[in-house]
Design a protein around this ligand. Sequence first.
Ligand code: BG6
Length: 478
Amino acid sequence: MVDPHVFVILGGTGDLAARKLLPSLYRITDNGSAYPVILAVGSRPNSDDGYQRWAATALVRAGIGADDAATWARQHLLYEQVARDAASFAGLRKRIEQVESDRGLPGNRAFYLALPPAAFAPNIDNLRDCGLNDGPGWTRLVVEKPIGTDLESARSLNETVRGAFAESQVYRIDHYLGKETVQNLLNFRFTNPMFESLWNRDRIESVEIVVAEDLGIGSRAGYYDKSGALRDMVQNHLTQLLALIAMEPPNSFDAERIRNEKVKVVEAIAPIQLENVVFGQYGPGSINGEAVVGYCEEEGVAPDSTTPTFVGIKTYVNTWRWEGVPFVLRTGKRLPKRLTQIALTFREPALCFFHGVPDGCEVANNMLLITLQPDEGFSLGFNVKSPDTDTKLDAQALRFSYSDVYRRLPDAYQTLLLDVMKGDQTLFVRADEVEASWKLYQPLLDHHPAPHIYAAGTWGPAELEQGIALCGSEWMGR
Ligand code: BG6
């Protein structure tokens, strides 16, 4: 059971709070996992009552019934107006202490920075200056992505955090780590020796990780145009997936042991060669039969913007386990469909009797496809002899689909918020890991190739095929 505590959302009236945090907190209390007192903090004047009504509307938008939403908001939510100055933060501290005394709470506190990145450092300083970095019980700080926009800014933010909080108090969120299917990568690897024994350069020929989105940038031009796909997706989400696929077994399932192994992988990724990188930007096209504009015509984007909305990278992991095995990472917006998938292609048989026999006999490499979203599941491809022919082989698959067996999977934020409350840092990114990842991509941020235009609704620039020898191009229906 989770200790009683106050869960403070700095940025409690923002989009993240409305879309993700409040619905997740609702579900956490609704299923009885924890009962925090939630104190939303915002810069605008409002009362508890006014905020509760605003939050109830947000919950209804997230699919929660109106009566349940209103009752829950009244029972769990409080509001405090706080400006960025020291006096305001002293007021916040008083309010927290008052709530704790009124409700008989022991002084455990979580502070969630649901704020624009530029506000992280000043708020962390303010928390420290008014003594809220250390309380009578436990104190935890939750920081949202992006953790910096390059190596230098990430180091500087980590420095600010270190100046106020110990690493054991800090929870850096990468919401991919909260996805049930992503967490399952560890369980899949380390509880199924059948696969683990094949999980190395002797048996695996290549690894591909794709995070495809059919969506464009929506109304986020202001953020996205300064960020682009490398910062927005590769440095964090795709690198996290790579680390989970490539890491060594930890000595135990303890958070630090797991995080140690992940950092080692990120540090072992080979410097990325420019000839193994393709940047793209979506032009006009169509998604599901609907015409969509190109990136440069999106509202808020400069007509000559060179921000990449697609990145393809081939790299290697310099460890004994993976030496020489290409890891291909691909992500893009306005691709034909939403798909997050990892493909492990196994090597051909040591001696293959079937190559070159007439009758079109083709030996397909065995392939393990891990689909993280949507249609979550696994598929293991293998060859069977087609009946009624002498030599023809068919590629077939063993399949497991979550939806056949389980009800709805929990939302990533629900999992992560509950872990913050429990004090489990396993699914959060440590400072050294963030920095190792920025260090890897910094040369590409400094000198990146110009993006090739691809039509929205296609799988990315044609140059990808020439630039990066793709391994399992047919698995995505290209
Ligand atoms: C976010 C990015 O971190 O992840 C977005 O900022 C992206 O640009 C999103 O759309 C993808 O997350 P998911 O969970 O929808 O795959």
